[in-house]
Write a protein that binds this ligand. Sequence first.
Ligand SMILES: *Cc1c(COP(=O)(O)O)cnc(C)c1O
Length: 399
Amino acid sequence: MDLAPRPAAGSPLRATWAEVDLDRLRHNVRVLRARLAPPAALMAVVKADAYGHGAVAVARAALEAGAAWLGVALLEEGIALRRAGIACPVLVLGWTPPERAADVVAADLDQAVTAPGDAAVLAAAGRAAGRRARIHAKLDTGMGRLGWPVPDTAACDRAALDLARIAALPGAELAGVFTHFAGADDADLEGARLQVARFRGVLDRLAERGVRPRFRHAANTAALLRLPDAHFDLCRPGIGLYGYVPSPHVPDPGLLPVLSWRTRVAFVKDLRAGDAVSYNGTYVAQGPERVATLPVGYADGLRRGLSGLGAALVGQGRAPIRGRVCMDQIVVSVEGCGPVAPGDPAVLIGEQGGHRQWAQDMGDLLGTISYEVLCGISPRVPRVYAGDGAPDAARAGRP
Ligand SMILES: *Cc1c(COP(=O)(O)O)cnc(C)c1O
């Protein structure tokens, strides 16, 4: 057997990496944009390092493909985009501690606000900086998480009054009013429709007070694809950018998964009947079986819950995980994969040898969603960019 490692195309120094195809990302942005009900524009949600894909590279590609805004969860995520030279409007969707208000203004970020006190602090920071802090007031129309709860008309009136006061604060601009869907990916859209009605109720009351925020927004990927009534001025897709629909109830408009998780075979050996594999010997070979060791484990985000459950793609076949997933390694059965040697490419998420498995398939095995699988790929896994104009395109084996 030739034990000299054969370099795999696209392999960076580490033997396990995530390849992010920016052409596919741009394709997804265009597919989603084509579904927007005018006058809605697109805010690419790149929180959590762009769902594990790398926020700066994804942000640039999304803007090239026509996104107008970026959305992040944290102030730090917004500041990181600014440090990378990204100048478009960026909304911080999550709560920022009031002590950081000056940083929000200094970074020229739009900030979600969930209570009058936070708005006042941002307005003061705006005045101190000689400009206006841009505020997006968040209404809780049914998510039950953040924002002005608006379950009935009295609550809608109170919210509208608060928002009108914020709009009048010197040093602040009520740039937006928004809400978030709890179940736009549910089989039944009744709850989402009720949320839209509540949202419109507050907007109508605001208009009666003469307040018309420029950006009204509500739709995540599911609502973008299923509820044109909820598009308003901006849609905020996240998961769709990365090539997945949020649930089986959301029709796929032809999105392409952007991230492939790749590794290489570290070791190959033949088990005999009775040989045990990995911690605690939970797998014992029933007969002769060829196995390969892959240098990827739960410290990379390959969840230990996949022990004895998931598979990698190796050679021409699917290679089921045998025994426990370790911190840095797994063992897979390569029976039926054709000839396999150390250094060969293997795939955890992606396509190879006529087989494919995507983040959603891994999520199904784990009882979770594609989002969690993608965000869970740890920072130890280098992100390598492929596609036109990608800094790593040459390294990823593309012209
Ligand atoms: C994460 C998030 C989104 C994007 O949701 P997807 O389901 O990934 O499209 C939109 N809006 C808010 C407020 C979010 O937190």
